[in-house]
Design a protein around this ligand. Structure first.
Ligand code: MG
Length: 408
């Protein structure tokens, strides 16, 4: 593998430099011990929205099992993978970590089902989009500083948090903050290399942990992944090195396969990107922003990952049982939204007092954890929406069901 050593490369000329940050909306003097990006990361870790991620769905609704990924553990895995890649490329690890830990702060309860439902509810009222909401959380909704709303993060961290943005939203945002983090969606430039990196680390993380959680849940089997070159390659490698794995109970073979897949993808990003950087030779972080996207997988790995995503989509995200839960989740979010719009007084005073009632309700509902949303829904409607799903367990058993270990 190309990663010769675990030690960090020297900061590259195109790495984001905390001393050269474009700064914060409200200027603040530097502090002892921590640079701008380290301080951003610490503010994120201490925020309320960050703590809520522990009870928010990634794929499986939080109450379906204690061992599935939540948005919090997902974010930690993205930070870990991201830091490794940053170290290999000489990019700024702390900025990657800050973006990774904040990238999902705007997610609603119940994963994408919640976001889709909230977007429907907000049609005609500005819509709802989780990337924009993540930025809104760090810019406005976290209320913990005497002099400003939000966390007052550095431009570079906020730039990374706003991963996607429609042209319409970008125009609106750029009108409020001219030349700010939305500008790149209008002029077609790229975010920092650290932001590009975190985006790839996000995908590497969820592809791997969704296999793990999918098999753990019993909704997919290891055998089902046999058609994937990526899985087959590293499963065969694991078995070649440890033939006894084939006969072992539990998920050791799966874990070893996933571990090898993760390493391969991390090394692949480092190697493919290092080659692109050597070609393009950006002289600075800003020069890299003006170039085409430089963070990348090799073409072969990209094809393998695309096939994996396609399979996960069809077999797991669209699994009948996942869909049944997400249908309920959508109803819960829709009914909660309607209930608060009808009776804003059911929300805490600071939300009830907002002039834009629909946006206040969207902010309030988006901030909820899965279990708080379910409890509020029960309180406001008198119905136990998820109760109907009880008795339909996902089949979680110690050691894991459905691990079809292929014959060696
Ligand atoms: Mg994510």
């Amino acid at each position: 593998m190309a990663l010769a050593a675990a030690s960090a490369a020297a900061p590259a000329p195109y790495a984001s430099d905390p001393a050269a940050s474009r700064g914060r909306h409200y200027p603040e003097p530097p502090v002892r011990l921590r640079d701008a990006f380290q301080r951003d990361r610490d503010r994120i870790v201490h925020s309320t929205a960050f703590r809520r991620l522990v009870y928010k769905t990634q794929v499986f609704i939080n109450h379906e099992g204690d061992l599935f990924r939540t948005r919090l553990t997902h974010s930690l895995e993205v930070a870990q993978l991201g830091r490794s890649i940053a170290r290999g490329l000489g990019l700024n690890e702390d900025l990657v970590e800050a973006i990774a830990l904040a990238h999902d702060l705007g997610h609603t309860p119940f994963g994408h089902a919640g976001q889709d439902a909230l977007h429907d509810c907000m049609k005609g009222h500005g819509g709802f989009e989780h990337n924009l909401q993540s930025l809104r959380v760090v810019d406005q909704l976290e209320i913990r500083y005497p002099a400003f709303d939000g966390l007052n993060l550095s431009f570079e961290t906020r730039e990374g948090i706003l991963k996607h943005c429609s042209r319409r939203d970008a125009l609106a945002l750029d009108a409020l903050q001219p030349g700010g983090v939305a500008r790149r969606f209008l002029d077609g430039s790229q975010p920092s290399l650290e932001a590009q990196l975190t985006n790839l680390a996000d995908q590497i993380a969820y592809n791997a942990h969704d296999i793990d959680d999918g098999v753990r849940s019993g909704l997919i089997t290891f055998d089902q992944l046999d058609d994937l070159a990526l899985v087959r390659r590293y499963r065969d490698e694991a078995l070649a090195q440890h033939p006894a794995l084939a006969g072992m109970p539990g998920r050791r073979l799966l874990f070893d396969t996933i571990r090898r897949m993760l390493s391969a993808q991390v090394h692949d990003v480092i190697d493919a990107t290092a080659a692109a950087l050597a070609d393009a030779a950006p002289a600075s972080a800003d020069a890299a922003r003006r170039m085409p996207r430089l963070l990348r997988h090799s073409e072969a790995m990209f094809a393998d990952i695309t096939a994996l995503k396609r399979l996960l989509f069809a077999a797991l995200y669209r699994h009948r049982q996942v869909m049944r839960t997400t249908d309920v989740a959508r109803t819960v979010v829709r009914e909660l939204f309607a209930a608060y719009v009808h009776a804003p007084g059911e929300m805490p005073d600071d939300y009830a007092a907002q002039p834009d009632r629909h946006r206040a309700v969207a902010d309030y509902v988006a901030g909820m954890t899965d279990r708080f949303a379910a409890r509020e829904h029960r309180r406001l409607t008198g119905r136990d929406a998820f109760g109907a799903l009880e008795g339909l367990p996902l089949g979680i058993a110690p050691g894991g069901p459905g691990l079809g270990v292929p014959a060696a």
